[in-house]
Design a protein around this ligand. Structure first.
Ligand code: SF4
Ligand code: SF4
Length: 337
């Protein structure tokens, strides 16, 4: 595990602008991933949630934007992956129509599920629905031990997550090569200025697999380790303690240039429930829209009008980008190198 730098010096050192660190503008490559944030509604309200989602949030995809997204899925063979997130994506408008459009076009479909949604009234059919549409399930389980999960996500979340994973296993997930279930680990928010990056992904995956198999008979495919980026509730947590700048400094001190070519923003479009386009979900949460070379913000309508998904040349960056490039790197697909 990476140890914290001396925080006394961290407090006084200025952060290098991310653009200067990478030395040249971060260029977009050909788009192959469409990540759609369907809305902010969620049955949970986790402490680390960068989306600040919860049961009382009402923002969700409109029927018009949903139709436009289906048009993009149908029209552009270059899209290989449709990645659905939220909130709890399953609770927000457009979830099933988009899954079915992507399935009909033979795209890889990812749903970022909190698993506990399987036990909410009206959502009990989800495991079978996922299996029928070969949806790859990416589920947060920030620790394989109950107390740590319940602390981060709420009492009872661990038990429901275990039951949900057992249901998925019973349908063939984690066993049938076409039915993939991955788990996501992110470090607990720190209690002091002794910050940590996630431990090595491969080693932690082995520990998760051994524990979940031994105690619950659970099998899963991959463990994805994700660094806490200081945005949303995580940023507020750091700011309340006066640690925001120190944490950014810690991330910069662990900068690893080898991660830059693998950053997830290179080939993805992140879409919000209003049809605005961002370079990644983090920029979406921080309201930093993707831009065309003429400075105009990109929207789903503009992509369709131009009949071109590759309207962005330079990715918008911010200090929290250091979270993606620290140590082994971090993305929605886990560590980068
Ligand atoms: S389950 Fe995910 S979207 Fe919902 S509150 Fe927790 S972190 Fe946020
Ligand atoms: S936050 Fe990460 S994924 Fe988003 S633009 Fe910055 S480096 Fe890229």
């Amino acid at each position: 595990m990476t140890q914290s730098p001396q925080t006394s010096t961290a407090k006084t050192q200025k952060l290098t602008p991310f653009q200067d660190k990478i030395k040249k503008p971060l260029r977009k490559q050909q788009i192959s991933v469409l990540q759609i944030n369907l809305g902010r509604r969620c049955n949970l309200a986790c402490t680390h949630c960068h989306v600040e989602a919860g049961p009382k949030r009402t923002e969700e995809l409109s029927p018009e934007v949903c139709e436009q997204l289906i048009e993009i899925i149908n029209r552009f063979p270059q899209i290989q992956t449709v990645d659905l997130t939220g909130g709890a994506p399953e609770m927000n408008y457009g979830f099933k129509p988009i899954v079915e459009a992507a399935f009909a076009q033979n795209k890889e479909i990812i749903v970022r599920s909190n698993l506990t949604i399987f036990f909410e009234p009206g959502f009990e059919d989800l495991p079978q629905y996922f299996a029928q549409h070969k949806v790859r399930v990416v589920a947060s389980l920030p620790c394989y031990l109950q107390s740590n999960v319940d602390k981060q996500r709420g009492t009872g979340v661990y038990e429901e997550s275990i039951k949900a994973l057992q249901q998925l296993n019973a349908l063939g997930y984690g066993r049938d090569p076409q039915l993939i279930v991955d788990l996501v680990y992110n470090p607990a928010l720190p209690m002091s200025e002794d910050f940590n990056l996630p431990p090595a992904q491969e080693k932690l995956e082995k520990d998760y697999k051994a524990y979940l198999e031994e105690y619950f008979g659970i099998q899963f495919n991959h463990l994805l380790t994700i660094t806490n980026l200081p945005i949303g509730r995580t940023k507020q947590y750091f700011q309340r303690r006066g640690w925001h700048q120190i944490y950014l400094r810690f991330l910069e001190d662990n900068y690893n240039g080898e991660t830059v070519s693998q950053l997830m923003c290179r080939n993805e479009l992140s879409i919000d429930y209003l049809g605005n386009v961002y370079d990644c979900d983090f920029n979406q949460m921080e309201n930093l829209p993707a831009k065309m070379p003429n400075g105009e913000a990109v929207t789903v309508s503009k992509l369709l009008e131009a009949h071109n998904l590759d309207l962005i040349s330079t990715i918008q960056t911010a200090p929290y980008c250091y979270g993606c490039t620290a140590g082994s790197g971090s993305s929605c697909g886990g560590s980068l190198i």
